[in-house]
Each structure stands twice: as structure tokens, then as C-alpha cells.
Design a protein around this ligand. Structure first.
Ligand code: NAP
Ligand code: ZN
Length: 346
């Protein structure tokens, strides 16, 4: 075991504070990564504040990790010292079940091992990327292409893959009208990726205050959801809607915006239920679905796609001392469009 510096929550209500934690020694299949940048995802806030259930503290969040390999275990074949690598929302899975075998480790039937706040195979609780170093089994480490700087690549490990996967799965591309609800960390990546896939992209944001940004990110249209006329004007318009909102919204109002056979995919994960009127689905043979991050193979595919299309995240790099301020700004929808921690400040 060795000790590393982190910023961690010590309770659901207090600030994150500098906290030393233990990492396991590098085993035969492990990679030691010197973390350079870690993105702040809204899921970090949901988790440390107990929105999704009780946690064990101290808890260092962070599952948008970009860094450099500094040591590899004796049996590691896929990474070498000096490689630019990333780690996302999971650090292990059973590897045996149907879903793992299909490369969809996020849906591991035994439960994937989350990057933080999960019980690891050795019984310890995993600790995330608001940290100087992390030890991860090689199969859950992906390669960051040279064309992507590490700071703008970090958010791709969650916000990028979480939006790429459903856009790809539900066929976003030329001739498809795609709406993105919420222009935050996930939403802005969804706009960039859907645009690069060739879809006609519409942003549905609470107000028009980020409209110029949205259009610059690649959206073709931008509407405010605080204006009831938006829902009349856009009724029956979209083949696919990706809802990235972190709070409960009136999902039935958004289902009305789908075409015949359209699908609304929820990636936003509020603690509260989103009640669906079945008539919102029946009238138009519509689907309401969910999607969770993406598998390791697809995460690599997404990174290569982003490198090819020159897509990084729009970021504000902060020192660790600003993490608690950043949380408040994310909660106030005041993020443009991802906070990324410079881990040298830990
Ligand atoms: P974020 O940066 O805070 O973005 C969320 C956006 O939702 C805000 O910028 C805001 O956009 C909109 N919004 C917030 N509160 C709202 C409200 N009360 N009513 C309407 N719109 C509201 O968060 P994020 O990091 O993108 O994460 C978004 C959600 O996805 C979180 O719940 C997170 O836990 C979840 N998530 C899920 C997965 C998965 O695998 N499914 C992965 C990562 C994250 P506007 O200002 O444009 O309206
Ligand atoms: Zn995340």
C-alpha cells in the first residue's frame, strides 16, 4: 500500500477537504497512473451528497481521469510506462457474464466496480480521480490519442462516452433530428458528438442565455424550455431526444416532441422518479429508454472518434482548492461546460 493526496468528502453535507488515502500496490495486471486532470461530473455531487443512497466516507470522487502511466505490473501487455491514458466510471467487472462478454461491462450482471464508492475485489472501497495517482487493472484503462490534450480529454471518459453510446446505439446521423435536453457537461458533449455524426441537432435549454455557445458547439437550433410555445412549435419533431438533465423534469412534455417511433433516452440520473403517462408512449409508438456510460471497447472507439473529429470538452481548469465552489456552480447550472481539476494542485 502507498499513500496519495486526494480531495475527499467526509460526510454528505460537508465540503471536500484534502485527505490522504491508501492505494493498493501495483499487482501483475495493474497499471499505476499519475493523474494529470480529473473532470467534475454531476454524478460526483449526487454521490457524495447521498442522493443515490448512503456512502462510506471519506470518499474521493472523480471518474473522468486523464494521466500518464508510471508503472506497470509484470503481466501487463496493453500499456507501457509513458502512455497517455484515461479511466472512466468503472475499474472492474466480472468478465464472464453475457454482457461483459459482449463488451458491455457497464451492464455486468454481477455489477461493475465503480471507480469510487464501490466495493473492490479485495473488499476495500474504491477511491476516485480527485487524486494524484490511481492503480487500475489494465483492461479498464484506455488510450488517449495524441491529437487530444489531456485536460480536454478527461471529461470524455464520462460525459463523452455517456452521450456517444446512446447517440450511436439509436442511430444519430445524417437525416436524423436529435434534441439534447440540458446544456451542461453531458449536454455540450452530446451536441458536439451528434453534430459530428451528421445529425441535425437542437438544444433544449431552460433559457436562451447559452444560445450563442450552443450554436458554436454545433447545434442547428436552440430553444428555451421556459417558454411554453417551444413545446407547441416542436411537437412531433425529433427522432431521438437525449435527456441529460440532473433534476426531475416533466418527461411527458418532452415525449410529445418525438416523431412516430421516436425514442427519448434518459442519461440524466435524478434521485426522484420521472412519472410517465403511458399515453405519451402509445400515441406515436414512442420509446422511453435509459443508457449508462459505455463499454471499454466503445470508450476507446469514442476517444478515437473525438480525436478524428477534433472534439474535446469545453473546460474550465481549476485548482483543487476551488472544488467546493465548482460544485455550487454546477448545481446552479453555471458551468461552461466542465470543471477539470489540475491534480498538480493536490
Ligand atoms: P450538469 O453539467 O450539471 O448539466 C445538467 C444540465 O441540466 C444543466 O446544465 C442544465 O442545463 C440542466 N438542468 C439542471 N437543473 C435543471 C432543472 N431543474 N430543470 C431543467 N434543466 C435543468 O450535469 P452533468 O454532469 O452533465 O450530468 C447530468 C446528469 O447526468 C446527472 O444527473 C448525472 O448524474 C447524470 N449522468 C448519468 C450518466 C449515465 O451513465 N447515465 C453518466 C454521467 C452523468 P440548461 O442550463 O441548459 O438548462
Ligand atoms: Zn460522470
Amino acid at each position: 500500500m502507498f499513500t496519495v493526496n486526494t480531495y475527499a468528502a467526509t460526510s454528505p453535507t460537508g465540503d471536500l477537504v484534502p485527505t490522504p488515502i491508501q492505494r493498493r500496490d501495483v499487482g501483475p495486471h495493474d497499471v499505476l497512473i499519475e493523474i494529470k486532470y480529473a473532470g467534475i461530473c454531476h454524478s460526483d455531487i449526487h454521490t457524495v451528497r447521498g442522493d443515490w443512497g448512503p456512502q462510506s466516507y471519506p470518499l474521493a470522487p472523480g471518474h473522468e481521469i486523464a494521466g500518464i502511466v508510471t508503472k506497470v505490473g509484470s503481466a501487463v501487455t496493453t500499456h507501457t510506462v509513458g502512455d497517455r491514458v484515461g479511466v472512466g466510471c468503472m475499474v472492474n467487472s466480472c468478465g464472464q457474464c453475457t454482457n461483459c462478454q459482449a463488451g458491455e461491462e457497464q451492464y455486468c450482471l454481477a455489477g461493475n466496480t465503480g471507480t469510487y464508492g464501490a466495493v473492490d475485489r479485495d473488499g476495500t472501497i474504491t477511491q476516485g480521480g480527485y487524486s494524484t495517482h490511481i492503480v487500475v487493472t489494465e483492461d479498464f484503462v484506455v488510450r488517449i490519442p495524441d491529437a487530444l490534450d489531456l485536460d480536454v480529454a478527461a471529461p470524455l471518459l464520462c460525459a463523452g462516452i455517456t452521450t456517444y453510446s446512446p447517440l450511436h446505439h439509436w442511430g444519430a446521423g445524417p437525416g436524423k433530428k436529435v434534441a439534447i435536453v440540458g446544456l451542461g457537461g453531458l449536454g455540450h458533449m452530446a451536441v458536439k458528438i451528434a453534430h459530428a455524426m451528421g445529425a441535425e441537432v437542437t438544444v433544449l435549454s431552460q433559457s436562451l442565455k447559452k444560445m450563442e455557445d450552443g450554436l458554436n458547439l454545433g447545434a442547428d437550433h436552440y430553444f428555451a424550455t421556459n417558454n411554453p410555445a417551444t413545446f407547441e412549435h416542436l411537437a412531433g419533431s425529433f427522432d431521438l431526444i437525449i435527456n441529460t438533465v440532473s433534476a426531475a423534469i416533466d418527461i411527458n412534455a418532452y415525449l410529445q416532441l418525438l416523431t412516430l417511433d421516436g425514442a427519448l433516452v434518459n442519461v440524466g440520473a435524478p434521485a426522484e422518479p420521472l412519472p410517465v403517462q403511458v399515453f405519451s408512449l402509445i400515441m406515436g409508438r414512442r420509446s422511453f429508454a435509459g443508457s449508462m456510460i459505455g463499454g471499454i471497447r466503445e470508450t476507446q472507439e469514442m476517444l478515437d472518434f473525438c480525436a478524428e473529429h477534433g472534439i474535446g470538452s469545453e473546460i474550465e481548469v481549476i485548482p483543487a482548492s476551488k472544488i467546493n465552489d465548482a460544485y455550487e456552480r454546477v448545481l446552479a447550472s453555471d458551468v461552461r461546460y466542465r470543471f477539470v481539476i489540475d491534480t498538480a494542485t493536490l
